[in-house]
Design a protein around this ligand. Structure first.
Ligand code: NAP
Length: 510
């Protein structure tokens, strides 16, 4: 493809033009970077607003931080790792793994750190995207890829008096390095996936930990263990052993989707089993507060070996009254004032405004934010009509409650690589998904989502204000792999700049 600026000039470390511009240096950005390198597409950059790569695994450094998917599965299919020390590796090991991937596949030089993107605008004459950074530089690119993910912007609820609190107050994803919990009275707002990892760690040294729970969660044990010398030896010298373990883990996790259909025997059995497990571990006087009344799976089922156990400690208290307001000395609920030295807001992420605050404008001035006012509508969670050469990784409706999201990201990267190749092979300048294919995909998605347990029972972060499930995929990951395994040409249009039209490269070449 011809570029308007085929000889890139540097502007404070950024080229004026590149073929592929990726926003976000987390798991998806790294995965795409590796595949671009592998397929000898070197004219790409990855813009990352932080000063390092790793995304969520760079930002979340709270005590006890780890993943609730086993590390053998929560890793790329193309890069195994014999260095895992445990079945569920802690955050520093996960971050190191992604850093190793960047080094191993020589992606480092493609990163530009400390660069935030303000806007992206499609120029239909040039058939290029014009990306503007917060500091005002503009980069043109042929393909614009969002890899900003779903969990990058911390959400802090607006509760009265939040700014009045005199002690330390911070979000779980912005843990201050210098924070020492020893001897402090600490409040933890929220009891989601982050909070249940933080609380047991704080409880070890804090004077007291008060958990402010708004609604309960289903919690199952995490079958974690250290990997011994034998395991490491086997996996180093017989790598297929790790492959086989990974396959079995994948299949076991994949089966869990069967439990997530609403009003089914399997979901009821799953709920009953989880209730039984929780009753065995939770303090008996708290079972009423801790055990949800909605079906298991409705909110993300949490895995922990030490959260319910930590509630037995004398210095840990569960408070289920709503927070009325924050005061200079702590928190006020309906019936009491709780004095605190520090407050951790483990209140999750802004998961519904995809790509926010980047202003993305497609053909004829179409704004993605306006288009998605009600809910995002995409093709495969990746493509949007009127937004040519634009692709999202870990975009709307591609999150999972039952398996490794890395699998989904790899499916998407595979699809995008095919799409780029196909566009180039067609001697076209751009691809664009058709509205018909998008509507068809969306109708099926909504139909399937209607059967899922996330629907209608309790508030969860998968559902937006309008009541639509905007984050989760609706079926098995195998089904997603099947749909993304090959580019369906009938779902796409390929077109060229008028000036490059030739007899065999007409607009809409498909
Ligand atoms: P989360 O699951 O969304 O939990 C947020 C918590 O904050 C919930 O308990 C929520 O209560 C509470 N909350 C929100 N607003 C509140 C308010 N105004 N007053 C009181 N409580 C409030 O967030 P997260 O724990 O940070 O986890 C987010 C996602 O990150 C997870 O679902 C997971 O996908 C990922 N994560 C994964 C791991 C892992 O091991 N893989 C670890 C951490 C995070 P309600 O439940 O009532 O809404």
């Amino acid at each position: 493809m011809d570029h308007v600026n085929s000889a890139p000039e540097e502007q404070s470390g950024l080229p004026r033009h590149c073929k592929v511009l990726v926003v976000g240096g987390g798991i998806s950005g790294i995965c795409l970077g590796v595949q671009l390198r592998k397929q000898n597409i070197d004219d790409f950059i990855i813009l990352e607003k932080s000063l390092d790569a790793g995304g969520t695994w760079l930002n979340n450094t709270y005590p006890g931080c780890g993943c609730d998917v086993p590390s053998l599965l929560y890793s790329f299919s193309f890069k195994s790792n014999v260095a895992w020390t445990r079945k569920y590796a802690p955050q520093p090991e996960i971050l190191q793994y992604f850093r190793d991937c960047i080094d191993h596949f020589s992606v480092t030089d493609h990163f530009r750190f400390g660069v935030s993107v303000a806007s992206a605008r499609w120029d239909d004459t040039l058939k290029q995207w014009l990306i503007t950074t917060d500091s005002g530089e503009t980069i043109s690119c042929d393909y614009f890829v969002s890899a900003v993910g779903q969990l990058s912007r911390p959400s802090v609820p607006t509760i009265e008096g939040l700014d009045l609190f005199d002690g330390s107050l911070f979000h779980s994803a912005q843990w201050p390095r210098e924070f020492k919990p020893q001897g402090l009275n600490i409040g933890v707002v929220g009891n989601g996936a982050s909070a249940i990892q933080i609380v047991p760690e704080l409880a070890k040294s804090a004077s007291s930990v008060k958990i402010f729970q708004r609604s309960p969660n289903w919690i199952l044990p995490r079958h974690d263990h250290r990997y011994g010398v034998g395991w490491k030896f086997l996996n180093r010298y017989m790598p297929f052993c790790a492959r086989i373990q990974r396959l079995f883990m994948y299949l076991a996790f994949e089966m869990r989707i069967l439990f997530y259909n609403r009003r089914t025997f399997l979901n009821k059995a799953f709920t009953g089993w989880t209730r039984y497990r929780m009753r065995r571990k939770a303090p008996s006087q708290l079972t009423h507060e801790l055990i949800p009344s909605f079906p298991a799976g409705c909110k993300r089922v949490l895995l922990s070996n030490n959260y319910l156990e930590s509630l037995h400690r004398p210095n840990v208290e569960l408070i289920t009254e709503r927070i009325d307001k924050f005061t200079a000395s702590g928190v006020k609920t309906k019936s009491r004032s709780v004095s605190l030295d520090a407050i951790v807001m483990a209140t999750g992420f802004e998961t519904h405004r995809f790509l926010y605050p980047i202003e993305v404008t497609g053909k004829e001035g179409s704004s993605l934010t306006q288009r998605w006012k009600q809910r995002p509508q995409t093709y495969l969670g990746m493509l949007v009509p009127d937004f040519p050469n634009f692709c999202m990784l870990y975009g709307p409706n591609t999150n999972l409650g039952h398996n490794s999201v890395i699998f989904m990201v790899e499916c998407q990267v595979n699809y995008l690589m095919q799409l780029i190749k196909l566009t180039e092979a067609s001697k076209a300048d751009c691809f664009e998904v058709t509205p018909e294919a998008t509507t068809d995909f969306d109708n099926r998605l909504q139909q399937q989502l209607g059967k899922k347990v996330w629907n209608g029972y309790a508030k969860n972060w998968y559902t937006n204000e309008q009541g639509y499930i905007t984050n989760n995929w609706c079926r098995s990951t195998l089904a997603y792999m099947w749909q993304t395994r090959r580019v369906k040409k009938s779902a796409l249009r390929f077109s060229s700049r008028p000036c490059t039209k030739t007899a065999d490269a007409t607009p809409n070449v498909c």
